[in-house]
Structure formats: C-alpha cells, structure tokens
Design a binder for this molecule. Structure first.
Ligand code: SF4
Length: 250
C-alpha cells in the first residue's frame, strides 16, 4: 500500500478553491526555507507529519459529501514522488475538482501533475534574480532556484486552464513597487488568470526574528495591488489581509 508524508486535512474551506467549497490536504516537506514561513512544522516534517496510506486519505475525501473540490498544499506538495499517484487516485476515484498549490521548484513533476488538475496556484515569490534566493532563505542557491522557477513558468505558459500566481508581501524582503511591477510583467507573460498578493503575518515564523516585523498595512497592500493591476488588465488581481479578507482590485 502506497504511503505519503501527510499532516492532515481541513474538511471545509471557502478560500482555497475559487468559488467552491473544498477540502485542503496538507503534505509535508519543502526544499525552501522562507524565513517568514508559517508552516515550519510541515517544512521540517515535524508536528503531525507522518507516512499515511493514500487509501486512508482518499477514503476521508470520499466521505466528505459537502465539498466540490480538493486543494493539495504543503509545505511543497510536489516534493514527494508519491504525490502524482495521489493526484491520479483523487481524479479517478472522486468527482472532485482538483487544485495544487506549489512553489515551482519541481518543473518535471509539475509537468506530470498538470493534466490531472482543474486549477493551479504557484508562488512567484520575487523577481527572477538573486533576490529570489534571499526571499526563500537560500541565497547561495539562487541561480538553481531561478532556473527551476523559469522552467515551471514556461511549462505553465502552455497550460490553458485557470491558474493563479501568488506573492507574499514581506516588509524589508519583498514590498517595493518595482518588485511588484517586475512580478506583474511576468504574471502577464505567463497568462495567469488570477494574481493574489498575500499579507505577511508575524506569527509562528520559521525564523523567529520575523515575529518582530509588523505586517504590511492594508493601505500598502492596496497600493501594491493597484500597481499590479496596471500591468494586468485581463487578470483578476486580489489582495488578502487579516483586516479585510479578500479584496479584488479593479
Ligand atoms: S512559505 Fe516557503 S518554506 Fe514555507 S512552505 Fe512555502 S515555500 Fe516552503
């Protein structure tokens, strides 16, 4: 029986699949070390992470009669090779719409996953240069990380289904107008249908120093959202903040 390193399921979410009620499956492991990450237990395979039968997780999804979709997230869900089998099983054994959230580090696995998916979310954490390494906490590996992110984006460019890019705004790391302009141009080139700017939250961060940094204000988030929207007339641009939830920028 195949197993996957799994931390748990949220049974009902209204924010993880556009306009659908979804379950959210959390898989463990991540190659990045974003200092502001709030999922350190998943990144380091700690907490609830344990090898779990794929059968068991599929049964849990089948028993959930309320949901229309499932979102597979992490950590980095494409880090485990078993994830492809897991996605195939969801697709063949349920009628659920299927979405994966990834950081773009595994282009080959992404290629295998895409034909199984109905929606896709990838992080574009920074402009594609040495800053990317800094933002994901691995400055010495920036070139390798950027090469992989570029490969993932070129695969996604050919995928003609709804797809979302996501950037977390972290003060001092990624919060400048020019950062967002550069990322928005990339988002446009790849043809993302959705672009979301998320507000960094100073809680349970992977690097405890980041707990001292205040979250970006809703006003800054709106300003950056408007800058992105200038370059993204055909894309649904939204910001998400603790204060106001999701807000579309028009
Ligand atoms: S925020 Fe960074 S370290 Fe945390 S799970 Fe996402 S990619 Fe991995």
């Amino acid at each position: 029986m195949s197993e996957i390193n799994f931390a748990g399921i949220v049974d009902n979410s209204t924010i993880d699949y556009p306009e659908k009620l979804s379950a959210v499956v959390y898989l463990c492991g991540c190659p990045y070390r974003c200092p502001w990450c709030q999922n350190a237990e998943l990144v380091f395979n700690e907490g609830n992470c344990k090898p779990t039968g794929i059968d068991e997780i599929i049964d849990q999804l089948k028993e959930n009669f309320l949901i229309q979709a499932v979102c597979v997230t992490g950590g980095e869900p494409l880090m485990q090779k078993e994830t492809i089998e897991f996605l195939k099983r969801i697709k063949s054994e349920t009628n659920l719409l299927l979405k994966v959230d990834t950081n773009g580090y595994f282009p080959e696995r992404l290629k295998e996953a895409l034909p199984l998916l109905d929606f896709f979310t990838t992080d574009v954490k920074a402009p594609l240069n040495e800053r990317y390494g800094e933002v994901v906490g691995l400055p010495d590996l920036w070139q390798k990380i950027v090469d992989r992110a570029e490969k993932s984006l070129s695969i996604l460019k050919k995928w003609k289904h709804p797809k979302e890019a996501r950037t977390t705004i972290v003060p001092g790391l990624i919060d400048k107008e020019e950062d967002i302009m550069g990322i928005a141009k990339l988002v446009d080139e790849v043809g993302f249908t959705h672009y979301t700017l998320q507000q960094f939250r100073a809680e349970r961060t992977l690097d405890p120093e980041y707990e001292k940094i205040p979250s970006p204000s809703p006003e800054l988030m709106q300003k950056l959202g408007r800058i992105a929207k200038k370059h993204l007339s055909k894309t649904k641009v939204q910001i998400v903040t603790q204060q106001n939830g999701f807000e579309e920028i028009r």
